[in-house]
Ligand binder design. Structure first.
Ligand SMILES: *Cc1c(COP(=O)(O)O)cnc(C)c1O
Length: 229
């Protein structure tokens, strides 16, 4: 894996998608997803200049964080079990998988700071996917106003398993629409300015549709375990 080169190509694709849509490339943050790679590989990404890193397991998060530079910003991107919240919180700057009230309440109970969270939305409605249904999001965000340790930084989604780019685009654009609707309500606890969407295979569509955080694993740092997500 030539991570420097991968990063350069990724940045070029992001810049191109931004040009097409009149967006600023600096508004798109690349999160290197290191769940399938070693500490050494993750370090190479940090050396290449990546600042945001994502892990989907507590163990991976702790291990990588121990070895990567202090300035790295950590994103917890996986589904989060309630009982793991207290261990994840000290290590994660962002949680991308807030998908139920019981999880929010546990974060509220355990946090000693305001925690920036993305509300995960299951736009495609696939049963295998985590996240709230579109219709549930507003009510959920309203309920979070009582939990002063939670800030709704934005919304997150995963694209459906399909080769159909137009279907993927519809999902991303629907998340964008929903994000605007929340944002326009000007809720102090829910600025909701960010959109976490797009992975190795679909980040370009995601950037075109407004992503501000793209979560890139295999095409940036590779997959040393050859597992499927
Ligand atoms: C693994 C994973 C990614 C990265 O996937 P790639 O296809 O390897 O880029 C992004 N987001 C989440 C939630 C993941 O679990």
């Amino acid at each position: 894996m030539d991570i420097k080169n991968n990063l350069r190509m990724l940045q070029e694709s992001v810049a191109e998608a931004c040009r097409e849509k009149n967006r600023k490339p600096e508004d798109v943050n690349i999160v290197a997803v290191t769940k399938y790679v070693s500490v050494e590989t993750a370090l190479k990404a940090a050396e290449a200049g990546v600042v945001h890193f994502g892990e989907n397991r507590l163990e991976g998060l702790i291990e990588k964080k121990k070895h990567l530079p202090e300035h790295v910003i950590w994103h917890f991107i996986g589904s989060l079990q309630t009982r793991k919240v207290k261990d994840v919180l000290p290590h994660a700057d962002y949680i991308h998988s807030l998908d139920r009230l019981s999880l929010a309440e546990e974060i509220q109970k355990r946090a000693d700071r305001t925690v920036s969270c993305f509300v995960q939305v299951n736009i495609s409605g696939e049963e295998s996917k985590h996240g709230l249904n579109v219709k549930e999001v507003m009510d959920f965000v309203d309920k979070l106003s009582k939990l002063d340790r939670i800030k709704v930084a934005g919304l997150m989604t995963m694209a459906p398993f399909t080769e159909d780019d137009e279907e993927i685009r519809r999902v991303f654009s629907e998340l964008k629409k929903l994000q605007k609707t929340v944002q326009e309500r000007n809720l102090p606890h829910a600025p909701c300015a960010e959109l976490s969407m797009g992975m190795s295979n679909d980040f370009k569509i995601a950037v075109e549709e407004g992503a501000t955080y793209i979560r890139i694993g295999s095409s940036l740092v590779g997959n040393e375990k050859e597992e499927v997500s």
